[in-house]
Design a protein around this ligand. Sequence first.
Ligand code: MF3
Ligand code: CO
Length: 258
Amino acid sequence: MIYYKTAEEIELLRQSNMLVARTHGEIANIIGPGISTKKLDQIAEEFIKDNGGIPGFLGYQGYPNTLCISVNSTVVHGIPSEYLLKEGDIVSVDCGVLMNKYYGDSAYTYMIGEVDPEIKKLLEVTKAALYKGIEKAIEGNRLGDISYAVQNHCESHGYSVVREMVGHGVGRKLHEKPEVPNYGKRGNGLVLKKGLVLAIEPMINMGKKEIFQANDGWTIRTKDGKPSAHFEHTIAVDHGKADILSSFEFVEEVLKNK
Ligand code: MF3
Ligand code: CO
């Protein structure tokens, strides 16, 4: 069952996603060499609760934390730990919020200090691919148009697209139908209609596309040990232009002054 949202529901989804966006702003302020990923998680949990939200991932299918924090060759679903971030790391921070019965979901991959230019490029291309996908999230297009746009952009730069993990619908549940793969064919799949709310989240590997799940039952890593990047926005399909409900503006405002 696909739930199309009313204008009122979209405003509630925007509020949840704006709290996610502001949480990312808090993370951006403190992330850097020497901080543990657990500390970032504590800050996010506190900030969300102080602002009237409920951490969306905490307890979700038994997930133990507020954030998923995925360093270097970890693709997604990394569990916060005592690990201290260090110069040169890349760190996907994925954050979810539940507020007024609706979810927000957005991820950003941060660089710690100076990062190898080749890895920096992977991040730039992955973020650009997210926006390429969002450009296609308009009424009358098809789901495959989004998927293809993401895949084509990343593969044209020689990167590979993770297959097993996908984006998703967002609403009263964190994961709703439809699935939003980051690979596919133009003109295929569901016809997009106004009111469809999607999390588009490319997970892009510098090396091969293969991944594995660690023994903790969550952490997803690249098989070849090469870096992976992840950016995610929650958007609402609309006429002519997608409505981006989450935002990187808080993060990027902080990062540009860092
Ligand atoms: N954005 C991630 C996803 O959509 C976050 C889910 S992590 C979980 O898969 F811990 F909540 F499962
Ligand atoms: Co998601």
